[in-house]
Design a protein around this ligand. Structure first.
Ligand code: DAH
Length: 352
């Protein structure tokens, strides 16, 4: 009898050791410790044994039962933990994955994209991007940019003034950042300034709010040739490597000399005529498209930032300003500037 108990015990221990799942362990529990198990029968039959055997057989059988119970409990716990681990691993969710179906995230507005593209070109030329306030002081928008008292651009039809603050206005151009930037850093300075500007104006090519990109370069020995080379690189980056520039004399209060810059038409290649012989509609047969205003920074402007290290006898430079909407309209054939701001998705989705 004792031998048999030891056999059962050894067999059960080996089976528990080898079990690979909690279901298997449950089967072993029933088989070795269940109501119909052999060991259970032995324990139940102790009373029927001769009295001299009862003590020893009972002790050994009970010990075996306890050992198997403890073993099973430990093995079941370990198995449950392992099964939980592997299930957690299998069910692992990567919360960084997009939902299903992935949500459309949209895209940049054509104005933002055009702005970034020009910024990238200018960063490639060594410029920094600076931004400034849209609510501006008359001093920065006009006075320090060499607008004499009574200049027409100061008059109400062009400028939005902040009520009850005759000196506070919505900037009419990005040029005020020329002064602000020079006040915060000594020369040399090479910056572009993208941003919103405001004018009392509204038709197919004018909006009360629109975007400009200002450029300012001040260093020793800069000339009009540097301005032309810079603008050529910029325009070729925007409109293609074949483009050429034409400079025409013009007037801006803050540059001397001032120029307007035309780029050769990217639709007809500058000939004014399309392949079929008809007149190019983009440049109206001119071969040139007016694209921006520029010039050599007027020494008077530098006079306003003399205290910040800008000595007009030592440094000079150039500035330019271009309209982002105009560039985007030309590049993408948008006929009406107001379409940029209607926020009609059918229009916006075309430029993804
Ligand atoms: N600020 C001018 C405008 O809004 C554009 C401009 C012209 C900017 C010449 C410049 C410049 O920096 O040199 O009409």
């Amino acid at each position: 009898m004792l031998e048999r108990i030891e056999e059962i015990r050894a067999e059960a221990v080996a089976a528990i050791d080898a079990a690979g799942s909690s279901a298997e362990l449950e089967g072993l529990r029933v088989r070795y410790l269940g109501r119909k198990a052999e060991l259970t029968g032995v324990l139940r039959g102790i009373a029927d044994l001769p009295p001299e055997e009862r003590g020893e057989v009972g002790g050994v059988a009970n010990k075996a039962r306890k050992e198997l119970e403890a073993l099973l409990e430990r093995a079941t716990e370990a198995q449950d933990a392992a099964e939980l681990d592997s299930q957690l691993l299998a069910d692992r969710v990567d919360v960084t994955l997009p939902g299903a179906p992935p949500r459309p995230v949209g895209h940049q507005h054509l104005i933002a994209r055009t702005t970034r593209q020009i910024e990238d070109i200018m960063i490639g030329l060594g410029y920094h991007v600076a931004e400034g306030p849209e609510v501006e002081h008359d001093y920065y928008n006009f006075t320090a940019l060499n607008h004499p008292e009574g200049h027409p651009a100061r008059m109400l039809q062009d400028t939005f003034y902040v009520q009850s603050h005759p000196d506070v206005l919505l900037r009419t151009h990005t040029s005020p950042m020329q002064i602000r930037a020079m006040e915060t850093q000594p020369p040399p300075i090479f910056i572009v300034v993208p941003g919103k500007v405001y004018r009392r104006d509204s038709d197919a090519t004018h909006s009360p709010m629109f975007h400009q990109m200002e450029g300012l370069a001040i260093a020793e020995g800069l000339t009009l040739a540097d301005l032309k080379g810079t603008l050529l690189a910029m325009c070729q980056g925007i409109f293609g490597g074949e483009r050429e520039l034409r400079l025409r004399p013009h007037f801006f209060p803050f540059t001397e000399p001032s120029i307007e810059v035309d780029v050769s038409c990217f639709q007809c290649g500058g000939s004014g005529t399309l392949a079929g012989g008809e007149r190019c509609n983009l440049c109206k047969g001119q071969g040139w498209i007016e694209i921006l205003g520029a010039g050599m920074v007027d020494p008077n402007v530098l006079g306003f930032v003399e205290d910040y290290g800008y000595d007009a006898e030592r440094v000079q430079g150039f500035a330019f300003g271009l309209g982002i909407e105009r560039v985007a309209m030309l590049r993408h054939g948008v006929p009406d500037l107001r379409r940029f701001f209607d926020n009609d998705v059918r229009m916006l989705e075309q430029f993804s």
